[in-house]
Write a protein that binds this ligand. Structure first.
Ligand code: ZN
Length: 323
């Protein structure tokens, strides 16, 4: 699990800010306020404060990498408002930018909802990739079978969902009925969530059902803060009536395993975890090694061949990419 404490550097920064604050209070300037980045532009950002009010803020030049979901300290002053400090992230969703450099696209996400549907055909391997990536960031997951009213058209998708339930993952069926939306709402609680999955599974319709009030689309609020200025941000942040946020963008939906080492894949398979420490060799890859407890469990029928084949597929992909 990610460390939630401030780093020494951030602690020193906060102390410096406190000193500045003591000095500036004589001049009547603003105090440090805590906020969340809702939208990020090249030299400015929209920050939401604890009362859910949004403000356009300038950014100090050292804050180059702020993304939606980042927690920050900011101050109001005579010229407007300025973000001064980025607080430590408890999780990151990363993906490569146009130059192939791995960059965070969202911060402080608590929960990833992996959405599948009867159509398009769901793939266990894609679900497994999301599960591994989420595990390595310390982010909880829910697997949601959406369009549950259409399951009869593809009963295999229900069987797939049940396979993950049997392993111990949290699963849910969602559809147009109010009851399933209510169940999902309770599972989300006041956490910050993102929705991932293939295009066409209905991620946007789930978000619309969870947040029917368009006024809670904080992106719309930030447009009004920008007074009609054209913005190019594609990340949208929604505030849920119960508390918590939903962060959505095409980049987040493509969250994957670009940064993962082959040896870190197996721990992301919940059903492999009881066996991994029993392998004869500490650096066991669980592929062909003598005395591999994962392979023994597979042979004894304690692990499913679908999951094991999916594991091998992911490890091979990473090995191919690392050349
Ligand atoms: Zn092994």
């Amino acid at each position: 699990m990610a460390n939630r404490r401030l780093t020494d550097k951030q602690q020193r920064q906060i102390e410096r800010n406190a000193e500045k604050r003591r000095a500036s209070s004589l001049l009547g300037e603003g105090e440090d306020l805590e906020g969340i980045i809702i939208a990020r532009f090249s030299k400015a950002a929209i920050v939401m404060d604890e009362h859910h009010d949004v403000f356009r803020c300038h950014l100090r030049p050292n804050l180059a990498h702020l993304v939606a979901g980042d927690r920050v300290l900011w101050q109001k002053n005579e010229q407007g408002a300025v973000v001064s400090t980025q607080l430590e992230r408890r999780s990151e969703i990363k993906r490569p930018d146009v130059r192939g450099q791995l960059k965070a696209v969202a911060a402080n996400v608590d929960l990833i909802v992996i959405v599948i549907a009867p159509e398009p055909e769901p793939f266990g391997n894609l679900i497994d990739r999301y599960l591994v990536a989420a595990y390595l960031e310390g982010i909880e997951t829910i697997i949601a079978l959406n369009k549950s009213d259409q399951v009869a058209s593809n009963p295999a998708c229900k069987a797939l969902l049940m396979r993950y339930k049997a392993i111990g993952y949290t699963v849910i069926e969602t559809g147009p009925d109010e009851q399933s939306t209510c169940t999902l709402r309770n599972l989300l609680g006041d956490q910050t969530a993102v929705f991932v999955g293939q295009s066409g599974v209905g991620k946007s319709s789930i978000i619309n059902r969870l947040i029917p009030d368009q006024n809670l689309r904080v992106g719309a609020l930030s447009e009004s803060v920008l007074k009609g200025k054209h913005t190019t941000t594609t990340t949208e942040v929604f505030r849920r009536p119960e508390g918590g946020l939903i962060i959505d963008s095409p980049g987040i939906r493509e969250f994957g395993l670009q940064h993962v080492a082959a040896k870190d894949v197996a721990p992301g398979f919940k059903d492999f975890q009881p066996f991994i420490d029993q392998c004869k060799y500490r650096d066991c890859r669980h592929l062909v090694e003598q005395g591999c407890a994962v392979l023994s469990a597979l042979a004894a029928g304690k692990l499913s061949h679908e999951r094991y084949d999916s594991f091998v597929n992911i490890v091979n992909d990473i090995a191919d990419n690392s050349h």
